[in-house]
Design a protein around this ligand. Structure first.
Ligand SMILES: Cc1ncc(COP(=O)(O)O)c(C=O)c1O
Length: 442
């Protein structure tokens, strides 16, 4: 096993490096730091997020018109994370009252928010309209029924996008496919026309954009490009039908993020450039008056690589076949992705990342489920109770999908920027768990 295989640099934050044979994030010795703050703990690297944002903005230059990078909040959101994105003038895609409330509490410019959801609660629409969000994305015709009374009560029209279901199968796990026939998301072509008609007739609302999103963790660009083509064709067909030209075109997010050395590498800036350039070429074929704002709404590819999960090893079981079951203090409670999608990860001992492996191991958590597995198979050196284990690419869809199963307390989250490490979220306490509970009357 070569050094690059034992430490695949592209899976770790860009500030990660080896010094004295130990894994560091900037000046921080990860094993020492994690032991000092207690595990499980998550650490994010600002430079990695910023590099991903810069890659998107660079790639978007292939689009001749204005553009907006929007972050899909579902990948990872809390108050400081929303502040971090807002300060970087990144837009935000929110899908729930909770996400909207966090964004507003973080001081987000409402004009930078757009609201998604295949079954939006009326209260979400109410709050979004009252906050003056940039746009609400119509996912089905029922949305318009809910929006009508809100629109009627407003002085300014509600800005709406239509989400097209392009009937395309994204090459990804079927739980992450969102743009095929039978998916719960988006309007068919005919429904999109019906929605445009309905928007015009109802008044108090205006069609400003078109959107599509075919899924997540996509490495082959062709289906994304094909979805964008359908979106542009829909824009042309709506214009022909007399609904005017749109101001925003959003072919979604979904770009893949390698998690495991066998998944290969991916050049984000080039991928974005290809998407933006392709959209520009397709757009130019239809003789529109001008270029709308091209909006991309990635989640994973902005934050996944920035995050590291750090755990402490507890029980180590040796199996007759030479394998090991290594139990750590993190679990499917902080990272449900392996249980949900059989997601693969790698791991390293930050105190000795280059130590030669002695055999395979399965990394499990302490919860009462045999599915409580973080890594099914990883080659590791000798591991002892008390060792710190680090799992890279832990920044997206871990904590935002986390649960309190077995009343597990969620880990604290730290952020490392410009040589400083700050706490974004403290560790949950049992008192937090009891906060909502109402004792029975005696
Ligand atoms: C509508 C929409 N946009 C964007 C995203 C972000 O996808 P990703 O994190 O894969 O970039 C999602 C994720 O499910 C989504 O549903």
């Amino acid at each position: 096993m070569r050094v690059t295989e034992r430490f695949p640099r592209y899976l770790w934050p860009i500030s990660a490096h080896l010094r004295g044979g130990r894994l560091h994030l900037g000046e921080l010795d990860l094993a020492v730091w994690a032991a000092g703050c207690g595990t499980p703990v998550y650490l994010y690297d600002a430079a990695t997020c910023d590099e991903a944002i810069a890659a998107y903005r660079y790639g978007l230059r292939a689009w001749p018109g204005p553009s907006l990078l929007a972050y899909a909040a579902k990948a990872w959101l809390n108050l400081p994370a929303a502040q971090l994105m807002s300060r970087r003038r990144v837009g935000l895609d929110v899908v729930s009252q909770g996400e909207l409330a966090i964004a507003l509490a973080a001081g987000y410019d409402p004009a930078l928010l757009h609201v998604h959801g295949n079954n939006k609660p009326p209260a979400l629409l109410d709050e979004a309209a009252a906050a003056g969000v940039g746009s609400i994305v119509v996912d089905n015709l029922h949305d318009l029924e809910l929006l009508e009374p809100l629109a009627a009560a407003r002085a300014t029209p509600l800005s709406l996008w239509l989400r097209l279901n392009p009937d395309l199968l994204a090459p990804t796990h079927h739980y992450r496919q969102t743009g095929h026939h039978g998916a719960k998301f988006g309007l068919t072509w005919d429904e999109a026309h019906a929605a445009a008609d309905s928007i015009r007739k109802r008044g108090g609302m205006v069609l400003t954009g078109l959107h599509t999103h075919i899924g997540s963790q996509i490495f082959e660009l062709e289906p994304l490009l094909a979805a964008a083509d359908r979106l542009v064709a829909l824009a042309a067909s709506l214009r022909e039908a007399g609904y005017g030209e749109i101001a925003c075109l959003c072919p979604g997010g979904g770009l893949g993020q390698p998690y495991h050395p066998e998944e290969g590498r991916f050049n984000l800036a080039e991928a974005v450039q290809r998407i933006a350039g392709h959209c520009a070429r397709t757009w130019s074929q239809y003789n529109f008056g001008s270029y709308p704002t091209l909006v991309l709404e990635p989640g994973r590819s902005l934050v996944a690589r920035a995050g590291i999960a750090l755990y402490t090893v507890g029980a180590v079981r040796r199996l007759a076949d030479g394998g090991r079951i290594i139990a750590v203090d993190g679990s499917m409670a902080d990272n449900p992705r392996p249980a949900l999608y059989q997601a693969r990860y790698t791991a390293s001992l930050p105190a000795a990342p280059l130590a030669p492996p002695t055999g395979p191991a399965r990394i499990v958590g302490p919860l009462c489920e045999s599915g409580d597995v973080l890594i099914e198979h990883v080659l590791l050196p000798e591991v002892h109770p008390g060792d710190i284990l680090a799992i890279p690419v832990s920044g997206a869809y871990h904590l935002s999908m986390a649960s309190n199963y077995n009343a597990t307390l969620l880990p604290p989250v730290y952020w490392r920027e410009a040589g400083k490490t700050i706490c974004l979220q403290r560790r949950q306490t049992p008192a937090d768990l009891l906060l909502r509970d109402l004792p029975l009357p005696s």
